[in-house]
Design a protein around this ligand. Structure first.
Ligand SMILES: NC(=O)c1ccc[n+]([C@@H]2O[C@H](COP(=O)([O-])OP(=O)(O)OC[C@H]3O[C@@H](n4cnc5c(N)ncnc54)[C@H](OP(=O)(O)O)[C@@H]3O)[C@@H](O)[C@H]2O)c1
Length: 305
């Protein structure tokens, strides 16, 4: 799995196909998508255009998708993966993740696909255990429809429990990860199990500003943070590159999203410099346990509490 990929959340439907195609042209090989992002049709168009034009082969690409919360029941999970493959126009995904350890009541595809989060106060759940959903994921791996399978937004305790019963171990854990939320113990435990960690929202509050997320509006920007700026200046890099490099140096893969061609290229080129131990120590001081993507804010779901 490449250490740097392109995140497809909030990539608009009308521009997604071109953006994916251009990202492949620039050199991206990993695309992190999800049923929930509502743009798998367009992401697939961009991928297939690049393949058809001979820019890359399917084997050179690493395509991730995620099972949405309303499809945890094994039969629904199978139908949802088929829908993803049909939308992307692919025979398999390279990685399929359980998006959240939360089973919401099934919503029929004809009614709404993908099913958005319910309105506050109208949440309904489904009694499906994570192990049952994981068994379905294992069957997708065995069938070759998902080359690897993994999890996202799981806590250490949930992973611990899952590992007691899995036949196929999760290949990847995807988590929110930036200097304000460093989670060293979770990362150590997971990496010790041989599970690869991918970090999302590497720029911290930045991604959540456009959603008017209250904590993001209050938080100081990481891209403008004095400590990050000082390190960036020393290496003649942008602050975004420092934030991505910091993650990669911790063994955490990154999947930044950008709609801007210059930033797209900049985000990919984070392999040619190293933060010093002193700089890593400065970055460690920024950890304040500040999480932006928290299901407690949906319906008081205690995912991380
Ligand atoms: N598993 C999960 O639950 C989960 C949750 C959230 C995200 N994700 C995945 O992780 C991906 C990345 O996370 P994210 O989308 O939350 O946020 P992100 O990549 O941390 O941040 C994106 C924001 O940063 C800006 N940006 C990007 N590159 C920049 C640069 N070089 N300099 C300055 N600003 C820059 C973007 O604006 P411009 O577009 O204008 O450049 C956008 O506003 C998602 O797309 C998705 O694939 C997964």
């Amino acid at each position: 799995m490449p250490a740097v990929g392109f995140g497809c959340w909030k990539v608009n439907n009308d521009t997604a196909a071109d953006q994916i195609y251009n990202a492949i042209k620039v050199g991206y090989r990993l695309f992190d998508g999800a049923q929930d992002y509502g743009n798998e049709v367009e992401v697939g168009q961009g991928i297939r255009r690049a393949i058809d034009e001979g820019l890359v082969s399917r084997q050179e690409l690493f395509i991730t998708s995620k099972l949405w919360n309303t499809y945890h029941e094994p039969k629904n999970a199978a139908a949802a993966l088929e829908r993803t493959l049909k939308d992307l126009g692919l025979d398999y995904v390279d990685l399929f993740l359980i998006h959240f350890p939360i089973a919401l009541k099934f919503v029929a595809f004809e009614e709404k696909y993908p099913a958005a989060l319910p309105r506050a106060g109208s949440y309904e759940y489904e009694n499906v255990s994570l192990l049952d959903t994981w068994r379905a994921m294992e069957s997708f791996s065995k069938a070759g429809k998902a080359k690897s399978i993994g999890i996202s937004n799981f806590s250490g305790g949930q992973i611990w429990d899952l590992l007691t019963k899995v036949e196929i171990k999760p290949a990847v854990l995807q988590i929110e990860h930036h200097p304000y939320l460093q989670q060293p113990k979770l990362i150590k435990y997971v990496q010790d199990q041989g599970i690869r960690v991918t970090g999302y929202s590497s720029f911290g509050p930045q991604s959540f500003l456009e959603l008017d997320h209250p904590a993001a509006l209050l938080a100081a920007s990481l891209l403008e943070h004095d400590a990050v700026k000082a390190i960036a200046k020393k290496h003649d890099k942008s602050t975004a590159q420092v934030l991505l490099r910091w993650a990669v140096q911790r063994g955490v893969a990154v999947i930044p999203k950008s709609n801007n061609p210059d930033r797209l290229y900049q985000n990919l080129t984070v392999e040619n410099f190293n933060l010093t131990d002193a700089e890593l120590a400065e970055m460690a001081k920024l950890d304040i346990g500040l999480r932006f993507n928290d299901p407690w804010g949906w319906d008081e779901i205690p995912t991380f509490h």
